[in-house]
Design a binder for this molecule. Structure first.
Ligand code: SAH
Ligand code: SF4
Ligand code: F3S
Length: 451
């Protein structure tokens, strides 16, 4: 008789790197007698793979933990007493460590983004109760050996796959927790990346998004022993049989380099869409943030990218209400948004984070001003986004289909510019890159007909 499979529920919050990590946790656990469940109601193990970037993200974790605890308590009163192991991984785990088990004593395990490869081992230790009691495990070390050497290959993939090439950050922007939660910059070797890419393609991936906190700062060892840049890596990936699209995110303005501009010029699979966060359009604020570039430097980079690739479009992240931000600074940001003509963006109110230099500044901006500025900025971005989406009407776009739509009988795919396109069709279209005539452009999506 085979042993009963244990059910594990994994919820990932935050950025795409966390989504990748969550998938890898599943891949790690499957060979150890676990299967993935999409609800915690019947889970034997629940893992919250958390994000620490803003206060709201952290609050979400603690309210989800409360819900898990209710389930755990209910089970204690039931006959079979199928206790649930509750684990907190990801960036909140890294940042708060033991503090989590003090605030939420029902949490059995805390670990960070650099120790999750030990998950099967840690779970096995927890399952062995000592005198009927479970021990707790807190593992937030940054190990000397890279976790990447221990991560198993995927056994399935969506048409659009993520591949981590670089992790961590040494830039220390004054608002940001990432350098503390992810650790210092690390680049995987080009060989292991190319192997993983080949494997993903063999499983059906058509598009690969290279991930890193500063992905264009990638400087991994090449197969020839020399150091490869991200640009160089993209040229090599483009040679792989079956790859249709390449993207990379998130890049930093300071890490743009010639081989990368050239890749935008030469590599047709490299999509003409770049997420290049600027955060603010004011030099005073950029300086206060420790971004180490001016608005003019950034515009120069945009110009070089447009020269390399005439139809390239951009998105960015913005923080409004950074300490000391004046109305003039805010207007400078709006000006830059118009100048670059972003077709999409993410924007946030500044959220003070423990341990970061900006959080202790005396010049915090009032909440209502932050809200006003955020609305104004988002209205502008939305207007640009709608105008761009509407400009697609009548055009033929290549769309990679990957999932079902909300309405039955519809499928959703992505254009080169990451716009969602809905079309009448079924799952037989998944993984196909099809020509679609766009008939409608909305705020967040397009619709069209297959040619
Ligand atoms: N490495 C990327 C971004 C990582 S965090 C970069 O350098 O651009 C993703 C985004 O969250 C950031 O670009 C920033 O806009 C936002 N962010 C980070 N810390 C924040 C904070 N304390 N308050 C509000 N937004 C924040
Ligand atoms: Fe955070 Fe700045 Fe590093 Fe991006 S570059 S992860 S914003 S510290
Ligand atoms: Fe959040 Fe950590 Fe990503 S803080 S944004 S999950 S790197």
């Amino acid at each position: 008789m085979t042993a009963k499979l244990k059910k594990v529920y994994i919820k990932s919050y935050g950025c795409q790197m966390n989504v990748y990590d969550g998938q890898k946790m599943a891949d790690l656990l499957k060979p150890h007698g676990y299967r993935i469940t999409d609800t915690y109601d019947d889970a034997d193990v629940s893992i919250l793979n958390t994000c620490h970037i803003r206060e709201k993200a952290e609050h979400k974790v603690f309210s989800d933990l409360g819900r898990l605890n209710t389930v755990k308590k209910d089970r204690k009163n039931q006959e079979d007493n199928n206790d649930m192991i509750i684990a907190v991984g990801g960036c909140v785990g890294q940042a708060e460590g033991e503090e989590i088990t003090r605030q939420a004593p029902y949490v059995d395990m805390v670990f960070g983004p650099q120790s999750y490869h030990r998950l099967p081992e840690m779970l096995a230790q927890i399952e062995q109760k000592v005198k009927g009691k479970r021990r707790k495990i807190v593992d937030t070390q940054f190990p000397a050996i890279s976790k990447f050497d221990f991560l198993p290959a995927a056994n399935e993939t969506p048409a659009s796959a993520f591949l981590v090439v670089q992790e961590g950050c040494d830039k220390f922007c004054h608002f940001c927790v990432v350098p503390y939660t992810r650790g210092s910059e690390y680049s995987r070797s080009a060989k292991t990346i190319l192997e993983e890419a080949k494997h993903l393609i063999s499983l059906g991936a058509k598009e690969i998004t290279l991930l890193g906190q500063n992905v264009n700062g990638y400087h991994g060892e090449g197969p020839d022993g020399s150091e490869w840049s991200l640009g160089r890596l993209i040229y090599a990936l483009a040679e792989l049989d079956g790859i249709k699209r390449i993207r990379y995110t998130t890049s930093h303005p300071l890490d743009m380099h010639d081989e990368l501009y050239n890749a935008h010029r030469d590599v047709p699979m490299l999509m003409p869409f770049l997420h290049l966060p600027v955060q603010s359009g004011s030099d005073l604020i950029l300086n206060a943030m420790n971004r180490k570039h001016t608005a003019a430097d950034y515009l120069k980079i945009i110009e070089k990218l447009c020269i390399a690739c005439a139809d390239i479009k951009f998105s960015s992240d913005f923080i409004v209400g950074y300490p000391g931000e004046t109305n003039k600074d805010h207007k400078d940001t709006l000006e830059l948004i118009k100048n670059v003509g972003y077709v999409q963006s993410y924007s946030f109110k500044y959220s003070p984070r423990p341990g970061t230099p900006a959080s202790i500044l005396q010049t915090q901006v009032a909440e209502d001003i932050k809200s006003e500025r955020l609305t104004e900025l988002q209205d502008l971005i939305n207007a640009q986004q709608i105008a761009f989406n509407q400009s697609m009407v009548g055009q033929t776009m290549e769309v990679l289909f990957e999932r079902e739509g909300k309405i039955p009988g519809q499928v959703v795919g992505k254009t080169a510019y990451m716009q969602s396109v809905t079309l009448n069709g079924d799952s037989s279209l998944f993984g196909n890159l099809l020509s679609v005539r766009i008939s409608n452009g909305y705020g967040n999506s397009l619709s069209g007909e297959r040619i």
